[in-house]
Design a protein around this ligand. Structure first.
Ligand code: NAP
Length: 540
């Protein structure tokens, strides 16, 4: 493969755990890109000239051909947000971010600006027919032979093992089975893949030397046909594997469905193909409670609505989030595979928080970024009575593995939720009691301030905070559904209980934020911590 660009870095970015921060790496702008003079087309109008200048400045390159794709020039979610904000400010138009994905060139955006000025309508969203997307390839037909359901498998296939939840699933599978774990991983070589899997476990303090021989990297990519695995190896795996945990996904709340489809939807289809080839194998699919977020599923003044594990939303009720749409479609493919005879389980976790013992968490998690962004700004938007449902990652993983080992539970869906959601206003008070100053401001004012702070970690997510809150169709802002979790509770033994998220647990989380460098300690902290919170804050 010939690299399309070279990026000079002063230092390799590291995560708080000291490993190479691959995500941060991908966020670096392309500073020294040489454009092909063969394909260069200069701007033709004053608008295109202005746009090309904005693009070049945001991307940090000298010049932009009007047909160059923003994303092929090194654009990513942070830069996309910056680009569209500068375009809207310069041209005094309101063009939503998703247009950049549909028309990622100077020429394309110039056309959209022109249309918007003439017709005064811009938000012509591409309507995705989710039902049409959720059609499972007809060739995926599990053989009609009895399914070998191994309570004690010797070969397990796991996707997303380098991610937050995936690292814990890998650890629990290694601890609770004697199986070899075949981990799908994007990597240039088996040796590098293995090294990455092991160092990720190490960074979460989960590494154990005895794991070495049982972790088997499978080089591939969810977004490619046959998972990017050569056909003979794919068939070999299909024969060898006894059970599949499909946890990998592109978890990105900014990109639209069209961008996430390959990894999240087609990747799931390929996993189901693997599961159906040669012999049917059980598939444990990690979905999300997000697939049930809808105004149809929240309480009204007159009715309390409990969302059950057997519930699923009609396509028309799914919220306008590319990520959630992709998970909804993927879940439907899994369900269809179940109807065709594959034994499947669906797990819908709510927001996954840090480890309840070590506090180690995912620095890129949206709640962590929100906490950091609020602290950086010194301000929070007024949160009304908004609640957050958080489950610690160690609980989520243990619960999934425990349930998946009970063969009589195959075919069911499980909600992984905390029976005690927290009020976000309580969370803000806990943060204040640690010594951080947080002023509550009206939402519109808070958003305006965020717009002026490009260095704030929440800035790349500006598109998730609509200017006009009443027009927000993404999430019911003040209410979240109440999830019933009967199947989960029945499937768990009494010693696997979801920890309460309280000041003590947040104390553990903040200890990790400080020791990892994710957050700076507040100045004058010692005098302002409440006694109960001090108890929860331990040095790691
Ligand atoms: N985190 C939450 O709060 C939450 C809540 C509900 C449900 N979930 C679900 O739980 C699962 C895990 O989430 P997470 O938070 O642990 O995500 P994460 O940390 O972003 O990890 C995602 C994993 O998927 C892998 N992956 C992504 N695209 C891939 C591709 N094209 N080919 C191969 N591997 C790919 C990543 O590999 P790289 O390391 O190479 O990027 C990584 O191992 C997801 O299915 C997510 O939808 C998460």
């Amino acid at each position: 493969m010939v690299p399309s660009a070279f990026v000079m870095l002063e230092a390799i970015p590291l995560t708080p755990n000291g490993k190479v921060d691959r995500r941060a790496l991908s966020e670096f702008s392309v500073k020294s890109l040489k454009l092909s003079t063969d394909t260069f087309v200069a701007p033709r109008t004053p608008e295109e000239k202005l746009l090309a200048n904005i693009w070049a400045s945001v991307l940090g390159i000298e010049q932009v051909s009007i047909h160059d794709s923003f994303f092929e020039l090194g654009g990513h979610s942070l830069l996309a947000t910056q680009l569209m904000l500068r375009i809207c400010e310069t041209f005094l138009v309101d063009i939503p971010l998703h247009h950049l994905f549909q028309s990622p060139t100077v020429a394309g955006i110039a056309k959209i600006i022109d249309t918007s000025r003439q017709a005064k309508i811009v938000d012509t969203k591409t309507i995705i027919d989710l039902n049409a997307e959720a059609v499972l390839d007809i060739t995926i037909q599990p053989p009609k032979i009895s399914v070998d359901v191994f309570a004690k498998p010797s070969s397990i296939f796991l996707t997303g093992a380098t991610g937050f939840l995936g690292t814990y699933l890998l650890y629990d599978l290694l601890m609770q089975t004697r199986a070899n774990i075949y981990c799908l991983i994007r990597s240039s070589s088996v040796a590098e893949g293995k090294q990455r899997l092991e160092s990720t476990l190490e960074s979460y303090s989960l590494w154990n030397e005895t794991f070495h021989s049982r972790i088997i990297p499978i080089i591939g990519d969810l977004s490619e046909p046959l998972l990017g695995i050569p056909e003979p190896q794919f068939r070999h795996l299909a024969n060898q594997i006894e059970i599949i945990y499909h946890n990998g996904a592109w978890v990105n709340h900014i990109y639209p469905y069209s961008v996430l489809k390959a990894a999240n939807v087609l990747g799931t289809q390929e996993v189901l193909r693997l599961a159906s080839q040669i012999k049917p194998k059980p598939v444990h699919f990690i979905s999300t409670t997000g697939v049930l977020f809808s105004s149809a599923n929240v309480d009204t003044d007159t009715q309390i609505k409990i969302v059950r594990e057997s519930d699923f939303l009609d396509a028309s009720q799914v919220i306008e989030s590319g990520y959630v749409q992709s998970k909804w479609v993927a879940e439907n493919l899994v369900r269809e595979a179940g109807l065709r005879g594959l034994p499947v389980c669906i797990y819908r976790p709510t927001r996954i928080g840090g480890d309840s013992q070590t506090g180690i968490s995912n620095p890129n998690d949206f709640l962590n970024l929100a906490i950091k962004g609020y602290i950086q700004l010194g301000k929070v938007p007024i949160l009304d009575d908004k609640k957050e449902n958080i489950i610690p990652v160690d609980y989520a993983s243990r619960a999934i593995i425990h349930i998946s080992q009970q063969t009589d539970l195959l075919g069911k869906t499980f909600h992984l939720v905390n029976p005690r959601p927290i009020l976000l206003s309580d969370l803000v008070n806990w943060i204040r009691s640690l010594g951080y100053s947080l002023e509550e401001t009206a939402y519109e004012q808070w958003r305006t301030e965020l717009n002026h702070h490009q260095e704030n970690v929440l800035y790349p997510f500006l598109s998730l905070f609509p200017q006009d809150k009443s027009s927000d169709k993404k999430l019911p802002r003040t209410k979240v559904p109440q999830f019933d979790s009967q199947n989960t509770l029945e499937g768990l033994s009494t010693d696997i209980v979801c920890p309460v998220v309280d000041t003590e647990l947040f104390g553990i989380y903040f200890s990790y934020f400080w020791s990892s460098g994710f957050l700076a300690r507040p100045s004058g902290q010692k005098t302002s911590i409440q006694p109960d919170l001090i108890n929860g804050v331990k040095e790691i």
